[in-house]
Design a protein around this ligand. Structure first.
Ligand code: HEC
Ligand code: HEC
Ligand code: HEC
Ligand code: HEC
Length: 438
């Protein structure tokens, strides 16, 4: 079924299966909880802003969204399906710490663990005692997240939450043993239904979509919320799936969209679901607390940048790059087109938004960042700012001292280094080249 149709169907209320419990008279109004879910955050604190389409998500907008929705709705269950972290680097860890602080302040009800969440070890997670971690089938050394959780709402509704991860995603992890996820759900669900008697059971799964869909067959589970990404540019099929009155939904990539699942339960225990995805785009304001938190992160990134400069200076030798001012002497026409293009001011773009020290941005906005002889800092290498000639044509010091034709004609191949999906989703050589043709 085409996705559009699928989504339309789920926009309507769908009647679910009646539960065995009938505690109230059938004239009572149905009670409602709003499940709000995220996942696959991959340490993305703030979208880079390289393209409008991808300018979604980030902690500043997420917090504002949560404050707004909590004012509107008294019964919210906020959950995450895992995969918070990305790079095993110093900056990656700094982002991870900032993200967990944001997560604490957002007051989640349950946060599941994915394969990327053990990147910095279990202590890193354990120390965040305010985060309601949940993992049904992961036996982690020195860390015991809850196996299940139950939340009781002021309207009396009781929601049971379970979480399991697919063992296949955890190859190579030490200090961890993993139990069979399906058996774990069955082992947890039976006592939960007997003692807690929840009105609704939500299962958070961390698995590939195809295998997570199987959890829809598990007796007792009402809703499956799945997350997992192999790479940060994976396309994720976000279409909800309904089966026998149960519902499967999927967390969006990199926190770009908030999942909203409105569940109504009538006096006879009949459930109906209404699903919606909310884009965290520029129509959502920035929450001021999170703006401050992000600024603190940014200051630490800047401090690391200056701290590492000395080491880079020592390593710098005769550069393979000549720099655009040298090219200009013999190719003034090409130079004047270039300097009027976006490539000619790509560094300024970063400086204007206080990002001209962030390695995660500089790689694509200057010449040869992290390459010997390449950009170090504006002070050290003022001639290597911006997306210059030599990024596309290749290092040209030799060419500049003894010019010959045929130099740098591999340039058409260079674009895809930087015009990648998450930063330039509309890139198309035939459309882009004419805009910088020289
Ligand atoms: C993988 C390469 C890459 C990385 C990394 C990258 N950018 Fe970009 N950036 C681009 C490309 C390519 C464009 C142009 C996109 C287009 O027009 O299709 C761009 C455009 C932009 C623009 C819009 C410029 C304008 O005025 O149109 C901003 C702002 C920006 N980047 C900021 C950042 C920041 C901040 C970071 C780091 C957090 C960053 N970029 C990291 C490649 C990158
Ligand atoms: C001293 C003058 C001089 C400098 C400096 C110079 N070039 Fe050239 N460049 C030439 C000449 C001459 C040719 C050959 C033109 C021809 O015969 O078609 C050439 C050819 C090229 C070509 C290939 C054009 C073709 O027709 O095959 C490219 C691309 C190029 N230069 C880029 C650069 C870049 C980038 C820089 C700076 C790193 C640079 N040049 C610096 C003089 C120069
Ligand atoms: C974003 C990548 C990029 C940048 C930056 C860039 N060029 Fe080019 N340049 C190209 C491409 C692509 C071509 C066309 C190659 C083709 O069509 O075969 C080209 C063509 C040329 C040619 C003509 C080559 C020919 O075969 O006729 C020259 C000369 C040249 N560039 C010089 C420069 C100089 C000088 C600069 C810096 C001031 C510069 N370029 C910046 C990508 C770039
Ligand atoms: C080193 C990374 C990098 C490479 C390689 C690169 N670009 Fe870009 N490109 C950028 C960035 C960064 C921007 C955004 C610049 C800004 O406005 O700050 C950009 C912007 C653009 C724009 C919009 C700006 C304008 O002036 O219209 C076009 C078009 C473009 N690139 C085409 C190309 C083409 C074609 C190639 C390959 C021949 C290429 N780029 C290679 C990084 C790159």
């Amino acid at each position: 079924m085409p996705m559009k149709q699928m989504v339309l169907i789920f926009m309507m209320f769908i009647a679910g299966c009646p539960s065995l419990e009938r505690s109230e008279t059938s004239t009572a109004k149905p009670r409602e909880v709003l499940i709000v879910y995220t996942g696959n955050l991959l340490a993305e604190l703030k979208p880079c802003g390289c393209s409008q389409e991808e300018d979604q998500g980030g902690i500043e907008r997420r917090m504002q969204y949560l404050k707004d929705i909590r004012r509107e709705h008294p019964h919210i269950l906020l959950v995450d399906t895992g995969d918070h972290f990305k790079e095993p680097t110093r900056q990656g860890k700094l982002k991870a710490e900032t993200l967990l602080t944001a997560t604490e302040q957002m007051e989640y009800d349950a946060v599941a663990l994915g394969d990327r969440d053990l990147l910095y070890g279990s202590k890193f997670l354990k120390d965040r005692t305010q985060i309601p971690w949940i993992a049904g089938n992961l036996m982690i050394d020195h860390f015991e997240p809850a196996r299940s959780r139950v939340k009781i709402f002021p309207n009396g509704l009781k929601v049971g939450i379970l979480a399991v991860a697919d063992p296949g995603l955890f190859y190579g992890h030490i200090s961890l043993s993993i139990e069979d996820p399906k058996q774990t759900v069955l082992n947890l669900i039976t006592p939960m239904r007997e003692t807690e008697k929840p009105d609704l059971i939500v299962l958070l799964t961390h698995a590939k979509r195809e295998s997570a869909l199987n959890y829809l067959n598990l007796e007792g589970v009402d809703i499956v919320i799945n997350g997992h990404m192999d790479t940060d540019s994976d396309d994720i099929d976000m279409a909800p799936v309904r089966k026998d009155g149960r519902l499967f939904v999927q967390s969006s990539p990199r926190g770009q969209k908030m999942g909203e699942l409105r569940v109504q339960i009538d006096a006879d225990g009949n459930k109906s679901f209404k699903h919606n995805l909310v884009k965290l785009d520029s129509s959502v304001k920035f929450d001021s607390e999170m703006v401050k938190l992000y600024e603190q992160y940014n200051e630490k990134v800047e401090a690391i940048f200056f701290e590492t400069l000395a080491g880079k200076r020592n390593k710098s030798k005769q550069s393979v790059y000549a720099g655009e001012t040298v090219c200009k002497t013999c190719h003034p026409a090409e130079h004047s087109v270039w300097s009027g293009s976006g490539h000619g001011r790509a560094y300024d773009t970063l400086r204007k938004i206080n990002k001209a020290f962030d390695p995660e941005c500089l790689v694509c906005h200057v010449v040869g960042f992290n390459i010997p002889g390449g950009f170090i800092s504006e002070l050290d290498t003022p001639g290597l700012k911006n997306v210059q000639c030599e990024i596309c044509h290749g290092p040209g010091r030799d060419h500049a001292s003894s010019p010959e034709s045929g130099f740098g004609n591999q340039a058409t191949e260079a674009c895809k280094q930087c015009h990648v999906k998450n930063h330039s989703p509309r890139f198309n050589y035939a459309k882009y080249w004419p805009r910088i043709k020289h």
